[in-house]
Design a protein around this ligand. Structure first.
Ligand code: NOJ
Length: 760
């Protein structure tokens, strides 16, 4: 803690000096005041000593990251030996990692180890649910454990840096990368961002099982116009600070070692050339001491974006803005030395970038332990413990969207009885081992035979006498959709007491570069569902998808709907555990499901408008052809039991701006099975100098309840968190009236209270 403080002071002093020397292409804002000299931390001293020995070329080398291909391998190895490369991505496997590391450590003049990075997003070989799914568990502690397993497996393969977590808040379901983030809410996203950083980086970063994390994509990438991948983003400073920056700040506060600058243009300044966000906010206001890596060639892309005249200009602007390491675009390698000699970039900016990179290498202990133990790699991956954890996380990620009774039966359709005699399982996704891995499956594909499918999961649960019939049906694309396949699916379903239809998207329909203009069930899947449903077979719809889908017909007609996303290695086992009631589902949505594409963007934390929809007259903010309300709101998820909320209490009707309000409520499990309820605390600031959303999530708790049990849930609501940002980037707390809810989801108003925030 002491070192952190001291280093931060030194850091600010250096930054302000750097700013004074800098030659900005546009007017820079005033630097923060230097805060006086302070002693260096041991790592700072080492960094400084090493920096003093480095030539300009060696310094620039540290700022360069390549992804070696077969054709470029030899050239890159030669450059590593000359100290001209600081980092590689996409090199994994202890043997290969050591080969590269050996060149850096033994042949380069200063023996500086390489930093090897990889996209270890939700697992290395043991694949956990995609982030959007994992986040539906609202369980930061479990998430941290899963991230740590990913770190252990990856580091056993020589990878000491992951390009994760992706912490982009997104309210844009057309955007395929919504699957990699934590949904639409900045407060929840912040808690989960911090948890992932803790998990990847472990208790000590120099422990060989820990890896450096990278919060990405800084910033605004989750709000592309029209949901089109890589598209421009345009937002107010208020939106930037309220919605998009908080998870990055949480990651920085949790000690994240690196950040990645994004591809998108942000308010006319590309994120990888954006001095306001990178130097002023991240490195200035927040005092971030790690380094910033560009996204893949995103510095060079400043040219295509019309922000730099050519590659040389892009290199200058990237560094000036605050990008310390150039991923793959070559522009730093090709031009920084020349720019420095022409005095077009400040040598201090280069020193600052290199110091940050070296610091991360020291933090990771790479100078002392650059190599990976090749004998342990196999033992450290996919251990029974890893697989158990993956199962637990997968089970908690599932969201039960609907569970109605069928016909005259008194009980809802789910859970299914294990004694059913015939079950039909329908859908290509039901028997796929690839799709559960999601879009970033890392090395999961090498062990795809270990992935449980919905079909294999169901087969493993039912009694020996039960018959599980399978038909692939029509698949997800029109070319896999023949009339014959559809008819076969219906025939198979007709032979069974229940049909479990697995429908949704294939894994490559979400993730990077996978935006969709329609988010319906693709292909003829809905037609198949309609045909099976009208054949009179009770249908359980298991969705597999990487984004919210528009499923109005299914929501109205199918009796039971289970959202399973892509759950990784344990997909089928987790789904089957929920279908047969071994596990009571508890997941809640972290993103709104719209009724139709016309509602997008739709999210719970909207502003009220001057003419809110009160259902009274035409001249209200609404559609003439659709309700405003979503299909399923943020925070929504059912269970096999019911929870009753009662007795909301606030320990005072007034809260001083220096104080903390205690909010309590009783939650009762009013059903026959044990369960875990995710209880959510929301507020509304009713009057403010910047209008505030109709609801804002402030906190949440997972509460375990036995049948019949009641627990009192207590939240502490500090007034310091009741503020908001102004367009000038100032955080202010204004006295006035507030509403507060303790609720099941963002649309539930059972327990509502109010209080007044007063000065001091
Ligand atoms: C591009 C992606 O946007 C980023 O998330 C990823 O980390 C890099 N490629 C490296 O693979």
């Amino acid at each position: 803690m002491k070192y952190r403080l001291i280093s931060a002071v030194v850091f600010f002093a250096v930054i302000s000096l750097l700013r004074a020397q800098d030659t900005p292409p546009t007017a820079a804002t005033a630097p923060p005041k230097p805060q006086g000299p302070a002693p260096l931390s041991p790592i700072d001293s080492k960094v400084r000593a090493l920096l003093a020995k480095m030539t300009l070329e060696e310094k620039i080398g540290q700022m360069i990251q390549y992804s070696p291909w077969k054709s470029s391998e030899d050239k890159i190895k030669g450059e590593i030996a000359q100290g001209k490369v600081g980092s590689l991505l996409n090199v994994f496997g202890a043997k290969e990692a050591n080969e590269y590391q050996k060149i850096a450590v033994e042949q380069s003049r200063l023996h500086i180890p390489l930093l090897l990075g990889l996209d270890v997003i939700h697992g290395y070989k043991t694949i956990f649910p995609i982030p959007l799914a994992e986040d539906c568990a609202w369980n930061p502690d479990l998430l941290a454990k899963c991230a740590h397993v990913a770190a252990q497996e990856a580091s056993a393969a020589g990878v000491r840096w992951t390009f994760a977590p992706m912490v982009d808040v997104s309210r844009e379901p057309r955007w395929g990368r919504i699957s990699e983030g934590s949904g639409e809410d900045p407060i929840l996203g912040s808690a989960l961002a911090a948890a992932r950083v803790r998990g990847f980086q472990g208790a000590r970063l120099d422990d060989p099982g820990s890896i450096a994390a990278c919060a990405k994509h800084f910033v605004g990438y989750g709000a592309p116009i029209a949901g089109r991948e890589y598209n421009t983003t345009d937002m107010s400073e208020v939106t930037l600070r309220e919605i998009h920056l908080p998870p990055f700040k949480a990651a920085v506060d949790a000690g994240v070692e690196t950040l990645m600058s994004a591809f998108n243009d942000l308010n006319g300044v590309p994120a990888s050339g954006n001095r306001h966000t990178l130097r002023e906010i991240l490195k200035g206001e927040w005092g971030f001491r790690g380094f910033v890596v560009s996204d893949w060639a995103s510095v060079q892309q400043l040219v295509a974006q019309g922000y730099a005249a050519d590659d040389k200009d892009a290199a200058r602007k990237g560094l000036w803005a605050g990008v310390d390491m150039d991923m793959q675009s070559h522009v730093y390698g090709d031009y920084l030395a020349e720019l420095a000699k022409e005095k077009k970039v400040s040598p201090r900016l280069i020193d600052d970038a290199v110091a940050r990179i070296l610091k991360v290498k020291y933090d990771l202990g790479l100078f002392d332990n650059p190599f990976t133990d090749e004998t342990k790699e196999a033992d450290l991956t996919m251990t029974p413990g890893d697989l158990d954890l993956a199962l637990q996380e997968a089970e908690q990620s599932i969201v039960l969207l609907k569970n109605d009774t069928v016909g005259a039966k008194p009980m809802p359709l789910l859970p299914l009885s294990k004694d059913l005699k015939t079950i039909a399982v329908i859908g290509t996704l039901a028997d796929s081992q690839k799709d559960p891995l999601g879009s970033w499956h890392c090395r999961g594909e090498d062990v795809m035979d270990k992935v449980s499918t919905v079909l294999s999961g169901i087969r493993s649960k039912v009694s020996k006498d039960a018959q599980v019939l399978y038909a692939p049906g029509v698949g997800t694309t029109l070319d896999t959709a023949t009339d014959k396949a559809l008819a076969q699916a219906v025939d198979t379903a007709k032979k069974a007491q229940v049909a479990v239809v697995v429908a949704g998207e294939t894994q490559d329909m979400s993730g990077e570069a996978a935006s969709r203009t329609s988010i319906d069930l693709p292909g003829r899947q809905e037609e198949m569902l309609k045909a099976i449903q009208s054949a009179g077979v009770p249908v359980v719809l298991v969705l597999m998808n990487g984004r919210p889908l528009t499923i109005p017909w299914e929501a109205e007609h199918i009796p039971a709907i289970v959202e399973s996303w892509f759950l990784g290695t344990q997909h089928g086992n987790a789904v089957a555990a929920v279908l047969f009631g071994d596990v009571n589902p508890c997941g809640k949505l972290v993103v709104t499901f719209p009724r139709n594409m016309g509602q997008v963007p739709i999210y719970y934390a909207q502003m009220n408008t001057g003419r809110p929809d009160l259902g009274k007259e035409k001249w209200e903010s609404k559609y003439i052809d659709s309700p405003n309300t979503p299909q399923y709101p943020f925070g929504f998820g059912l269970s096999y039991t019911q929870y009753d909320y009662s007795n909301l209490t606030l320990d005072s009707k007034t809260l001083k701006t220096s104080g903390t309000l205690k909010v309590t409520a009783d939650i009762k499990n009013n059903g026959l099975v044990a369960g875990t309820e995710i209880v959510q605390l929301y507020i509304r600031d009713r009057v403010a100098s910047v209008t505030q959303p109709i609801r804002k999530l402030m906190d949440f708790q997972r509460v375990d309840l036995a049948p019949g049990e009641t627990k009192t849930v207590e939240f502490a609501l500090p007034a310091s968190k009741l503020g908001f940002y102004t367009e000038q980037g100032k955080y202010v707390i204004e006295p006035g009236p507030f509403d507060v809810w303790v609720s099941k989801d963002s649309a539930d108003s059972t327990l509502q209270g109010s209080f007044e925030l007063v000065s001091k």
